[in-house]
Each structure stands twice: as structure tokens, then as C-alpha cells.
Design a protein around this ligand. Structure first.
Ligand code: PCD
Length: 795
């Protein structure tokens, strides 16, 4: 289809179709350009000397042997580099005024606080020379006790940061109405309490981190290439940390092989490559090893949750109380302290709950810092309330599906103002749940379960469900301000129709696997009546896209994609004026369909958008006061979050003798409003479910008491492989968001948010007749066996 070919809207609509992703041919044929693929003549390679101790004072560092090693150009300790930093490592979320944000520098200056903490760096002419010399740096450590247990950390017997004087980073309360909560619990017919551990997870993107910083010739400043989700934020933060002008730093995120939150970060290695390239006026690059990725890239989750539910005699929840301990790790990274806060709003789940209280204490430990990992606070919250609902069902004596039905916010209650003060835009939980239960054959599964229990045996069928809200589209800037987050939540888009009718989009979102080039092209195609192939999407380079808030929090479509649509609307408005002038008609009489303007009442008159673009370009005959060129720039600050939702149901088989869990069937019904590309949506949901299932069944960043990461490689850290992935059957409903013109809600984290609780509810359900009420994640054979032993009264 060419840009000028007229098409009627519904019949040829591109959005809503399963268009193959534009970005895939290059990625699948090895043409993707990842940071480490860049050919950079004369680059120095950096390698980092990392502490083997979780906690140790550094008494001396001897760099002589390393410096003498072939190819080595420089070795720097923390003290050598101290003058390069205008500020400590960036942290953007001062959740309370008295929160401790202890000193944190790219290379530690006196004490190592986790295994992997940077102690020195080596620069050499080759990566091999740099890596070899790392082993020659002779560091003397005076070991101190490790602190890996959150409760123990809070005793302050061993204080990790002297300047803070305590391991408590902060306590944050969501203060609503304590008296109402107390009353709910006083008057409750039923109460239940859940204690849950959100184990630490390693995000494990396929591409580890990679950084290269190039000083441009002729005083052109520095170009920082990084496998990052946030080039725009990184640019500002680099300028601040290095005390440089923002004008001297350009950040480019080339192809990025997945981030899953772990690249929503400003990392030490980015600051180091930039500062050293600046200092030495030579390019400096670094590629993370897989084992470094386990130690020095942030971890996800790491929370201990306690949730109380109060309910009336029918099981209608009247109050929820949450206490949280959140493991910060050794330092605060970019938004470490804010992750539990993001989750705080979701502890009431999808239910109509009148009273709620939440308190969270952030705790320093001698482990790798934590931060955003797919869902960032929201999978944890959903887990707690959804496990809690199952506990309540059992206490009240009704089916888990029924207890949820009695508590859902019903579709006629939307827009619904939650007890937290946030407004949920739209939803239909009853319907999504019913579709999921029907698809899963819930009643038949329950009947099969009853029959098998009667027959006895050691292989048990379990059925689990959970319903969730995603809370995405981060975020209305004003809400972020109220949470003390130090950036806005807008997104920017520029749309230009070029002289030939092709379209250029500049987006502030930074895709790293999500397929924005395809989605944005589809939005533009329908708006302007062009083929998606005629749309070029520029992104991830602060020179071509100077304004942006980047990609995380399933925000890109509901904020950035909506900005693209709004910019198209402005281009159309302008084109309309020019077309009206050309056709000697009133702009009010013009209609745009399939990329062609027609005049109401004058069927012989029409003008394609492409022709208007050419007129706008030549500017030979424009209406008075209209500037040349069809271009519009929009910065969109959403009025609300968007609230995707859904229900997942799964069936598992648990073998009592081996402790093995097999997921027999997995049904997910997700509602992300209008779907731009259902194929991309399904891919997002599939990937999300697998990450949630991985937490439920396989993954845990296990530490020993000395603070050593025991699962630091892919041999011990069980990322699910293809055969571990169960059959997934997806359904969906479409409840458009009323707050944006596309009706879209995000979907990038939905699968993860719903999955872990669904699987664990099923595993507990499978063993419930054996007295099992709790299951520690991951539900590995060992943990299944331990739960059965505990239920039998053994130890
Ligand atoms: N969509 C559609 N429709 C709808 C929705 C959506 O179509 N309704 C689509 C879009 O367009 C795109 C996608 O889908 O393409 C996605 O989107 P969203 O939801 O908006 O999201 P974003 O923002 O874009 O993204 C983000 C996310 C996140 S957050 C995460 S984690 C993850 C996810 O994304 N990561 C990742 N996914 C993914 N994928 C891939 N491949 N890779 C990666 O890395 Mo965070 O906060 O960071 O934690």
C-alpha cells in the first residue's frame, strides 16, 4: 500500500492486527547492533576488581603487578578516582525526609559491602589483558561480619554504613485511617494472616550490561553507549555525577537484549567509562561477564511480607493490614527504596476493601543492591493479597473462586476510588475471571480433584487462580511528586510527515525488546493513512530524541504511544488547514479517511495527505499564518495510571514422593484495553508469565550466611528452559481505558504480576488435604518436601 492509496478505516485498519514486528528481521539475522558489537578504534577495555567478601575493610591495595602486566594502561583504586565525582551515585527516590542514602561511589573508597562491590578498575589495550590483570591487583581485606538476614540486620549489631549509624534505611507508612483498620479487625468474623518471603531474583537478560564511552573529536563532548532502558535519565544523571554540562554528553542505547527492569538503572560502570574516557581522552569500554551480571547487576524482589485480612461472616473483606521488610542490599540504586512503595497501592488487589494500612521498612544488608525487576513491587503485592484470599477462602469454607467473586470491585463501580486514594479507570473482573475459569474447565478440575482425593495416591492435582491489577503507565507527574520521586512521568513524541508522504516519528520511549517501532508505526498508519512500512521510528539517542522519560513500568504505550497519537492529531489539524486552503473549502467540512481529505458535499474534491505534505514543504501557497512543514511535537503527561487487569488459572500436579511440580495447564485472561498489536501483546504476556512462574518454581538468588551468592551462575540459578514452560492458553477481554484517546493500557508486566501467586495457590491447593497451608517460593522439590514434613508435624 502506498501513502496515497485511499483506504476505508475499518476494513484496512492496521491497529488490532497481528502485524509481524518490523524490528525482527534484523534481530533474527544477526544484524542487531548491540553495544559490544560497536567497532571502536583505539578503545581501552575496562575490567573491574570486585570484592570476594560480603563485608570487609580494605586495608591496602597494591597495583604494581597489575600495572606491569602486558597491555595494561592504568589501574585505579577508589581513592585514585575520588576527585572525578561531583556527587555520589544517583538515587532518585527520597521516600522519607529522614531516609538514609549513605555514600555510594562507582568504586568503593574504604569498605566493601557486598560480594562484587567494585574495589579497583583496570584499563588495558584488550579485554583479555584487562581481565588477566584483575587477578594481579593485590587487595588486603580485613573481613567484617556479613548481614544477610533482614530481622538480624535491624538489630544493628553490625552496622553496614557508619554514616547512617543503622541498617534501617527508612520506614514509610501509607497513612490512611488507622482507626478504621482497627475497627475492621475488632469487628471481624474472620481474620487470617499470611507470612510470605519474596526471594531475591536475578533479572538475567540475555544481553548482559555493556558500556562504551567515546570522546568525540574536535571538542564534541562524549558519546556514552550503554545497554540501558533509560538513555535520557542516564544523560542527566551522568552530568550531575560527573559535574559536567549536559550538553557535553550524548547517550545512545543501541539494540538492547532485554532489561526487565535491571537496566532501569544508572550503574557504576557507566560512570566509570565516561569519567575515564573524559580523563584520558580515549574511548573506554566494558562488557559484563555473566557471573558479574549475577553479582553486580541489581537483584529483584527481596521482601518479607506479613498481611492480615479481616472479613465479615460471608467472607467479605473489611480490612487489610500489611507490614513489609524490604531488602535494599548494600546501597541504594536509582529507585531501590521506591519499589515497595510502588507495590503498596496494590495490596488491596482487585477488591472493594474499605480499610487499609501499610508500613514498610527498608533494610540495608551486605548483598547486591535490589531495584526494579519486572513488575517492581506489584507482583509482590499481588502475591500477598492473592495468597491471602486463598487463606481466607479456606478459613470461611468457600471456594477460592467464590471468595473472590464476593469481593471484586464490580464493573459498575468504575471509575473506582480506592481506599489508597488512587482512581482505577475501568475494569471488569467478574467477567475476566469467568472467562478464565471457563477456559480452564474449573468445575471439571474440581470434580477431578475430589475424585482423585477419594481414590488416594501420591500425585495430587492442584488448582490455583489469581486476579490482578497492573497499575502501569507510570505515571501522572503530580502523583510521582506526592511520592517524592524526583522526575516526571510524561512522554514526548514528534511526528513529521516528510515531503514524499513518509512519516518520521521521534519517540522518547526506549524499547529494548517490546517492539515499539512496530506499535508506533501501526498507530501512525491508522491516524495518517499510510502504510506502517512508510513510518520510520527514531528513538534511544538523546541527540535525535532530546526529550524522553524512557521505558519501564509498562508506560511506553499508554504514555509514549498516546503521545504519538496526539502528535498525529496535531499534524492532521494542520494538514486540514492547508488542504482546506488548497481546495477552497472550509476546514470544518473536511474529512480524513484512509489518508485522503474529502469535502463534505463536494464529492469531486479530494486531496491526499501526502500532497498536503508536499505543499507544506514547498510552502508556495500556504494559508496566512501557517508555518511550513507538517510536524508536531507533543509532551503528554497522563491524567491517571492505566489499570490493566485479569485472572490467571492453572492446574498443577504435585508428586508427593519426589516433590516435583508439573504445571499441567495455564490459562491467562488479560485485559489491557485496546490492543494495538495482539501478537505483541501475547508475546508480552507469555514472557511475563514465564518470569512469574520462574519465581514460583525455579529461581532464587540464594546467599549463604557469609554473604556469598550461592546461585551466581546459570548452573545453579534455574532460569526456566523451553521444556520447563507449560502450555499457556491465553484469552482476553477489552475494557478500554477512558483516560486516553487510544483506550490502551500497558501489558508489559501483567503476566509476571499474575503468575507467581496463581502457581503457588495451585501448589498449596494440591497439598491442602495433607494439611499444607504455606509454600515457600520457589516450590522446588526441597521446599515441597519441607512443607509436607511441617504439615505432618515433623521437622
Ligand atoms: N501493547 C499493545 N497493546 C496494548 C498494550 C501494549 O500492542 N494494549 C504493546 C506495545 O505497543 C509495546 C508492548 O506491547 O510494543 C509493551 O507495551 P507496554 O505495556 O507499554 O510496556 P513498555 O513500557 O513498552 O515496556 C516495559 C515493560 C517492562 S516494565 C518490563 S520490566 C518488561 C516488559 O516491558 N521488559 C521487557 N517486556 C519486555 N519485553 C522484552 N522483550 N524485553 C524486556 O526487557 Mo520494568 O518497570 O522495566 O521492571
Amino acid at each position: 500500500m502506498t501513502a496515497t492509496e485511499p483506504r476505508t478505516d475499518e476494513a484496512t485498519k492496521v491497529t488490532g492486527t497481528r502485524l509481524l514486528r518490523k524490528e525482527d528481521p534484523a534481530l533474527l539475522t544477526g544484524e542487531g547492533r548491540y553495544t559490544d558489537d560497536l567497532q571502536i578504534p583505539g578503545a581501552l577495555h575496562m575490567s573491574v576488581v570486585r570484592s570476594p567478601f560480603a563485608h570487609a575493610r580494605i586495608t591496602s591495595i597494591d597495583t604494581a603487578d597489575a600495572l606491569a602486566s602486558p597491555g595494561v594502561v592504568a589501574v585505579y583504586t577508589g581513592a585514585d578516582l575520588a576527585d572525578l565525582w561531583a556527587d555520589q551515585m544517583p538515587m532518585a527516590w527520597q521516600v522519607t525526609e529522614d531516609m538514609h542514602n549513605p555514600p555510594h561511589f562507582p568504586v568503593t573508597q574504604d569498605t566493601a559491602r557486598y560480594v562484587g562491590d567494585a574495589v579497583a578498575v583496570v584499563l588495558a589495550e584488550s579485554s583479555v589483558a584487562a581481565r588477566d590483570a584483575v587477578d594481579l591487583v593485590d587487595v588486603d581485606y580485613d573481613p567484617l561480619p556479613a548481614v544477610v538476614d533482614l530481622e538480624a540486620a535491624l538489630t544493628d549489631e553490625v552496622v553496614i554504613h557508619e554514616s547512617a549509624g543503622t541498617n534501617k534505611a527508612y520506614t514509610w507508612d501509607l497513612e490512611i485511617d488507622e482507626a478504621a483498620v482497627a475497627k475492621a479487625f475488632d469487628e471481624a468474623a474472620h481474620t487470617v494472616t499470611g507470612h510470605f518471603v519474596q526471594q531475591r531474583l536475578l533479572p538475567m537478560p540475555m544481553e548482559p550490561r555493556a558500556v562504551a564511552c567515546v570522546p568525540e573529536p574536535f571538542g564534541g563532548g562524549l558519546t556514552l553507549y550503554s545497554a540501558t532502558q533509560i538513555p535520557h535519565i542516564l544523560k542527566v544523571m551522568t552530568a550531575v555525577t560527573l559535574g559536567m554540562s549536559e550538553a557535553d554528553i550524548r547517550v545512545v542505547a543501541p539494540s538492547v537484549g532485554g532489561g526487565f527492569g535491571s537496566k532501569l538503572e544508572v550503574y557504576a560502570e557507566e560512570m566509570l567509562c565516561t569519567a575515564l574516557a573524559h580523563k584520558l581522552r580515549r574511548p573506554v569500554r566494558w562488557l559484563e561477564e555473566r557471573s558479574e551480571n549475577a553479582q553486580a547487576t541489581i537483584h529483584g524482589r527481596g521482601q518479607i511480607q506479613e498481611i492480615d485480612l479481616a472479613a465479615d461472616a460471608d467472607g467479605k473483606v473489611t480490612g487489610v493490614r500489611v507490614r513489609l521488610l524490604a531488602d535494599m542490599g548494600a546501597y541504594l540504586q536509582l529507585i531501590t527504596p521506591g519499589i515497595p512503595l510502588l507495590g503498596s497501592f496494590l495490596y488491596c488487589g482487585v477488591y472493594d476493601i474499605p480499610a487499609f494500612s501499610f508500613t514498610c521498612t527498608g533494610v540495608f544488608t551486605t548483598m547486591t543492591p535490589t531495584d526494579a525487576y519486572r513488575g517492581a513491587g506489584r507482583p509482590e503485592a499481588t502475591y500477598a493479597i492473592e495468597r491471602g484470599m486463598d487463606l481466607l477462602a479456606r478459613e470461611v469454607g468457600v471456594d477460592p473462586a467464590e471468595i473472590r467473586r464476593r469481593n471484586y470491585i464490580t464493573h459498575d463501580q468504575f471509575p473506582y476510588t480506592a481506599v489508597t486514594g488512587l482512581e482505577y479507570d475501568s475494569g471488569n473482573h467478574e467477567s475476566a475471571a469467568q472467562i478464565a475459569l471457563d477456559m480452564a474447565g474449573y468445575d471439571d478440575l474440581r470434580a477431578e480433584q475430589a475424585k482423585r482425593r477419594e481414590e488416594g495416591g501420591t500425585r495430587h492435582l492442584g488448582i490455583g487462580m489469581s486476579s490482578y491489577f497492573e497499575m502501569c503507565g507510570l505515571a501522572p507527574s503530580r502523583v510521582l511528586a506526592s511520592l517524592n520521586y524526583s522526575a516526571g512521568g510524561w512522554e514526548s513524541a514528534t511526528v513529521r510527515m516528510m515531503p514524499t508522504g513518509k512519516v518520521q516519528v521521534v519517540s522518547g520511549a526506549t524499547p529494548h525488546g517490546q517492539g515499539h517501532e512496530t506499535s508506533w508505526s501501526m498507530i501512525v498508519a491508522d491516524k495518517l493513512g499510510v502504510s506502517p512500512d512508510d513510518v520510520e521510528v527514531l528513538h534511544s539517542d538523546t541527540n535525535t530524541s532530546p526529550h524522553g522519560m524512557d521505558t519501564y513500568g509498562s508506560r511506553s504505550l499508554p504514555v509514549g504511544g498516546v503521545a504519538v497519537a496526539l502528535a498525529c492529531d496535531q499534524v492532521i489539524d494542520k494538514a486540514k488547514q492547508i488542504a482546506a486552503h488548497q481546495m477552497e473549502a472550509s476546514a470544518d467540512d473536511l474529512e480524513l479517511s484512509g489518508g485522503v481529505f474529502t469535502v463534505r458535499g463536494s464529492p469531486d474534491k479530494e486531496m491526499p495527505m501526502a500532497a498536503v505534505a508536499f505543499e507544506a514543504f514547498t510552502a508556495h501557497d500556504l494559508p496566512d499564518g501557517v508555518e511550513p512543514n507538517l510536524t508536531a511535537q507533543v509532551t503528554y503527561d497522563p491524567p491517571n495510571f492505566s489499570w490493566p487487569f485479569g485472572t490467571h488459572v492453572c492446574a498443577v500436579e504435585v508428586d508427593e514422593e519426589t516433590g516435583a511440580v508439573e504445571v499441567r495447564d495455564y490459562v491467562a485472561v488479560d485485559d489491557c484495553g485496546t490492543q494495538i498489536n495482539p501478537m505483541i501483546v501475547e508475546g508480552q504476556v507469555h514472557g511475563g508469565i514465564v518470569q512469574g512462574l520462574a519465581q514460583a518454581l525455579f529461581e532464587e538468588a540464594v546467599y549463604d550466611a557469609d554473604g556469598n551468592l550461592q546461585a551466581g551462575s546459570l548452573a545453579e540459578y534455574l532460569v526456566p528452559a523451553a521444556p520447563d514452560v507449560p502450555p499457556m492458553r491465553l484469552g482476553h477481554s477489552v475494557t478500554p481505558s477512558p483516560t486516553n484517546s487510544l483506550g490502551v493500557k500497558g501489558v508489559g508486566e501483567a503476566g509476571t504480576i499474575g503468575a507467581a501467586s496463581t502457581v503457588i495457590n495451585a501448589v498449596v491447593d494440591a497439598l491442602s488435604h495433607k494439611g499444607v497451608t504455606e509454600m515457600r517460593m520457589p516450590a522446588s522439590p526441597l521446599h515441597v518436601w519441607e512443607a509436607l514434613q511441617a504439615a505432618r508435624g515433623g521437622d
